[in-house]
Write a protein that binds this ligand. Structure first.
Ligand code: AMP
Length: 316
């Protein structure tokens, strides 16, 4: 089925075509018409399924005929768990909105609030935000929610894991009651359901579309996975050995904790392998710099924690 049959108009279809998307992914086929019909939606979809376009495209379509936005107002709020995801989602919004007049912006912590406040003065159609910074900006009256039409929770399970439930509730009470709610999650846990039902009581039960999409199997099929059991003490030696023996050109190495990331970098460097790390403990500027070096191929081995890893997807 072509994108135009899903109810998307020309400026969006053109942007999608320019990105080389030929047909909608399963989540897009199901979610786009549901969102366009104004329904609330809970969707189980992992990263890689095309979920971002699944909610961004219908939002852009819905807002395409909208009147001018007042200052400090937003039409859609997209809440995400990490700074990296905020940047990635906003970059996608900007690509899809290329041929429309709609604006977007990402706000997240770890950077100065002033430039974000200044950009909000004119109003932004689609705001992508991490919960803490959003509350901060709302407290400072840098934005108002009275024109908000849609709220999206992206990677809701991750937000629950990262302890954002209280912040999300604090945000929800500030939003107009009459709004559309969209929730995307990789896994459907009781906590995620509770969150969804909590913010969208009557509508979720009557009108909600509940969509479940399994992960993109084709993408997974390109990845070889294997397990090596090894003593803790010899892990870094084995990794150094694998890097040289297999002549890996670039490797992204996930570890669980911040301090293990720093330790592994030091251990690899002792064996003559230059590596660097990204984790929640490093500044945003540093994380961006390291990611840029890795993307450019200047850095070959990048050690990342799970938190950073979630956002990693965004650097493709
Ligand atoms: P997401 O699941 O939103 O993180 O998207 C995963 C990747 O799939 C991104 O790089 C998108 O640009 C890409 N993508 C999204 N929709 C399509 C589509 N219909 N056809 C081809 N690629 C797509």
């Amino acid at each position: 089925m072509p994108f135009s049959k899903l109810g998307l108009s020309r400026p969006l279809v053109q942007a999608i075509a320019e990105l080389g998307y030929k047909t909608p992914t399963p989540i897009q086929e199901q979610a786009i018409p549901a969102i366009l019909s104004g329904k609330d939606l809970i969707a189980t979809a992992q990263t890689g399924t095309g979920k971002t376009a699944a909610f961004v495209l219908p939002l852009l379509e819905q807002f395409s005929q909208a009147e001018t936005l007042r200052g400090k107002r937003i039409r859609a709020l997209i809440l995400v768990p990490t700074r990296e995801l905020a940047v990635q989602v906003e970059a996608s919004v900007a690509q899809y909105a290329k041929h429309t007049h709609l604006t977007s912006m990402a706000v997240y912590g770890g950077v100065d609030t002033q430039p974000q406040k200044e950009r909000l003065i004119e109003g932004v159609d689609l705001l992508v935000a991490t919960p803490g910074r959003l509350l901060d900006l709302a407290h400072q009256r840098a934005l108002h929610f009275d024109e908000l039409q849609v709220m999206v929770l992206d990677e809701a399970d991750r937000m629950v894991d990262m302890g954002f439930v209280d912040d999300i509730h604090k945000i929800i009470v500030r939003l107009p009651e009459n709004r559309q709610n969209l929730l995307f999650t990789a896994t459907m846990t009781n906590d995620v359901r509770a969150l969804a039902y909590g913010f969208s009581d009557s509508k979720m039960t009557d009108l909600a579309a509940d969509i479940s999409i399994s992960p993109n199997i084709r993408a997974a099929a390109n990845i070889k996975q294997w397990l090596i059991t090894v003593d803790k003490d010899t892990k870094s030696a084995l990794l150094s050995h694998l890097i040289s023996e297999q002549a890996w050109d670039q490797a992204l190495i996930f570890v669980e904790k911040k301090h293990s990331a720093a330790k592994l970098v030091a251990q690899l460097e002792k064996r003559g392998i230059r590596a660097d790390a990204i984790h929640g403990g490093r500044s945003q500027a540093m994380r961006e710099k390291v990611l840029a070096q890795f993307k450019a191929g200047e850095l070959k081995y990048l050690v990342a924690t799970g938190v950073a890893a979630r956002g990693w997807i965004l650097v493709n």
